[in-house]
Write a protein of this length. Structure first.
Lengths: 472, 162
């Protein structure tokens, strides 16, 4: 883990400029999506524009007051991604409403969730002044993660399309696993930053590899069991990949030992083998990835490849510059507004548009990693790395699945897919990364150090502050 | 839709793609200062190519350092204690698992950590209540420790010796 220093400067004005540009992208996308299909500047247009505009300017103001030195590009990027996602969901609603007049629109609910998610991020920024406070909750977050992951298996849980990862709350459904990825990242960061030396030191050296001690493998085994448990009991391949990948990256960042990566990959190999043998749905996924274009695989009722192939047709139809927002047929793809939203965007914005979106994700993740490099405490470094990696891994799994680089798994595209829990979790992640980037860029206090020297206390006879520390 | 209307829509659609890329490029542009690899935020030794471009980047080789082999407590309740340094990090604090258990009311349980990197030892404060001082200045990040420079933790002062 290393430190990188930059000249401290607030740069909130740059953020404001970029934010206005991002809002122009978001509102522009929404305007184009509705053009020719509904009356221009209708109710939905204004609700989207006002929600995004007011909430993002609100967060910008909070940053000006509470976290002056936070990274200036994170907020604009996320606002742009969220806005383009909302526009695409709305555009798919309009197509669906043409086919089926009784269709319940998804977009207004998503706008509501956006407001809730941005509001929660704002509250987190205000309440949590410093991310280091979270370190105190290391083991509590482990318990919270366990509860969140077990919730869908209780009677509260709902099974949708074979995966049992939702719970029903009063007004709709919620995926507790999305929040669990944050609490798990907090636990891993707290645990690894405390026990890093122990894990690093002990162990045998075989050739160039330093193997860890067996008992230091325990948390890794626990992470593996959690992932396998999610796979078996909730039948959700995506989350299981996400949790294990998160742990592997964090332990690699903490120890910089290649042996951990090799052990992790071996464990993934075992997991994949077991899953292929035991679960028909995983085997079907694999088959519909490799033989996607075979007619019998395409037509197979459950686990067919129609979805991914339709997505590919859409991407091909879009070509380099796309059909233009509102002019393609992305609604032909099933789940076009959640799992396959990148295919829908690829059809209507073309390669040029999709690459721009991928670039936005790349810059976002790189800013998270940059915050990790800049911050001084090990916990913050690990947390920022882990959280930005979850965004990167989700993008890779989703976009890789849609372009048939890897088998398609049901993960949400961060900030874009329809679905409130994912949006909420990702906005909370953004708030945490913003806080960490603030500590990374804030100039170190250069006040006189003399006052805090302990001998001054001895001379005056009375301690200025309770210097005696209670045992931790 | 009329022909003129269609043309406008097509232009708007192209305009949107351009706007998207303007956003991407201006975010990258805003980061330019951060991405600069130069004297201002130098991370490590300059590469051979950078040296060829600006020869002033070449640094004087640092004076040969005496590697530290012992840790000596020079002040505080444990005065006189010495510890041989191996290749492993050292945890300083009041906690029982610390390598050097400080019996010092002003030290935290897990106060600071000394670790070797390359040929040098670094000290890092682990979020202690009263701070760690290296040669009189409070640590805000991990810093290299030269032999003979005092490290103050509460009432205890330790030094590295060759």
């Amino acid at each position: 883990m290393s430190d990188v220093l930059t000249v401290p400067r607030s740069r909130r004005t740059v953020e404001l400029f970029l934010l206005l540009l991002a809002l122009a992208v978001a509102v522009g996308a929404n305007y184009l999506a509705g053009i020719g299909r509904e009356e221009p500047l209708g109710d939905y247009f204004w609700s989207q524009a006002i929600t995004l505009g007011v909430m993002s300017l609100f967060i910008h103001l909070i940053l000006r007051v509470k976290a002056k030195y936070a990274d200036p590009v994170i907020l604009p990027i996320v606002v742009a991604l969220n806005g383009v996602g909302l526009a695409m969901i709305h555009r798919l609603d309009l197509s669906a409403a043409q086919v089926n007049p009784d269709f319940v629109q998804v977009a207004p609910q998503q706008v509501l969730w956006t407001a809730v998610a941005m509001g929660s991020a704002a509250i987190l920024l205000i309440v949590l002044r410093d991310h280091r406070i979270l370190r105190r909750f290391t083991y509590i977050s482990l318990i919270v993660s366990a509860i969140l992951l077990l919730l869908p298996l209780t009677p509260l849980g709902l099974e949708i399309n074979g995966a049992r990862i939702w719970i029903s709350v009063g007004f709709g459904t919620f995926q507790p696993g999305e929040i669990a990825k944050i609490t798990l990242a907090i636990f891993f960061a707290g645990y690894l930053s405390t026990n890093r030396d122990l894990i690093l030191l002990a162990g045998k050296k075989i050739g160039p590899l330093q193997l860890p001690r067996f008992r230091d493998l325990a948390p890794m085994a626990a992470a593996w069991l959690v992932s396998i448990g999610v796979l078996i009991f909730q039948r959700d391949l995506g989350s299981s990949i996400l949790f294990f990948g998160l742990f592997m990256v964090m332990i690699y960042v903490a120890t910089s030992r290649v042996s951990w990566v090799l052990i992790g990959l071996a464990m993934i190999g075992v997991g994949v083998f077991v899953a292929l043998e035991l679960f028909s749905h995983v085997a079907l996924r694999f088959d519909s990835w490799i033989n996607a274009f075979a007619p019998e695989v395409y037509d197979r009722a459950p686990g067919g490849s129609a979805q991914v192939v339709q997505g590919l047709f859409g991407l091909a139809n879009g070509g380099l510059i796309g059909t233009g927002l509102g002019a393609g047929r992305p609604d032909l793809v099933t789940y076009a507004n959640s799992d396959m939203i990148i295919a829908a965007l690829g059809e209507e914005l073309g390669l040029i548009g999709v690459v721009a979106i991928v670039m936005l994700y790349v810059v976002l993740v790189s800013r998270g990693i940059r915050a990790a490099l800049g911050t001084k405490d090990g916990f913050g470094k690990l947390l920022a790395c882990g959280l930005s990696f979850t965004i990167a891994l989700q993008c890779f799994v989703v976009i890789g699945g849609i372009t048939r680089l890897i088998p398609l798994t049901g993960l949400t595209t961060p900030f874009m897919s329809a679905g409130g829990s994912s949006l909420l979790a990702n906005w909370l992640i953004v708030a945490l990364i913003l806080l960490i980037s603030e500590t990374a860029r804030r100039p170190a206090p250069s006040a006189p150090m003399k006052d805090s020297f302990p001998e001054a206390l001895g001379v005056s006879g009375k301690p200025k502050k309770s210097a005696k520390e209670t045992t931790r | 839709m009329s022909e003129a209307g269609e043309l406008t829509v097509t232009l708007l659609r192209f305009g949107f793609l351009i706007l998207l890329w303007i956003l991407v490029l201006s975010t990258v542009g805003a980061l330019r200062r951060d991405l600069v690899v130069g004297r201002r935020n130098k991370v490590g030794t300059p590469t051979a190519r950078e040296i060829r471009k600006n020869p002033e980047l070449v640094e004087e080789p640092p004076p040969a350092r005496a590697a530290a082999h012992r840790l000596v407590v020079t002040e505080g309740p444990l005065t006189g204690t010495t510890l041989d340094l191996a290749a492993s990090p050292i945890l300083l604090g009041r906690a029982q698992e610390a390598t050097l258990v400080l019996e010092d009311d002003y030290a935290s349980g897990r106060h600071a950590r000394l670790f070797p990197q390359g040929s040098r030892w670094f000290i890092e404060d682990l979020g202690s209540t009263n701070g760690t001082y290296l040669g009189g200045a409070q640590l805000t990040r991990a810093l290299p420790v030269e032999p003979g420079v005092p490290i103050r933790i509460g009432k205890t002062v330790i030094e590295l010796r060759p």
